[in-house]
Design a protein around this ligand. Structure first.
Ligand SMILES: [Zn+2]
Length: 75
C-alpha cells in the first residue's frame, strides 16, 4: 500500500475546505484510492488526534494513515 501525497495530485483535486489541520478535496479526475485502487469522489484529511468526519451518504470509504495525517477516501 502506498502513501498518498495530495501535492502529487494537485492538478486533479479541487480543495473545498481547509481549516489548517483538516482539508476536504474533490476528485476532479479519476485519481485512484491508494487503498482499494478504485477512483474516489472526495478526500478528507486530518492531522487532528480526534476528528468528526463530515456527514456522508453512506458510501463506502477507505482509510489510509501515515506519519502526518489520516486520509479518508470516500467512494
Ligand atoms: Zn478505496
Amino acid at each position: 500500500m502506498s502513501r498518498f501525497d495530495v501535492h502529487d495530485h494537485r492538478h486533479a483535486l479541487k480543495q473545498i475546505r481547509d481549516t489548517g489541520s483538516t482539508k476536504l478535496w474533490e476528485n476532479r479526475k479519476e485519481v485512484r484510492c491508494p487503498v482499494c485502487d478504485a477512483p474516489f469522489v472526495r478526500l478528507f484529511t486530518t492531522r487532528e488526534t480526534g476528528t468528526t468526519f463530515p456527514e456522508s451518504d453512506g458510501a463506502r470509504f477507505c482509510l489510509l494513515r501515515d506519519d502526518e495525517a489520516i486520509h479518508l477516501f470516500r467512494h
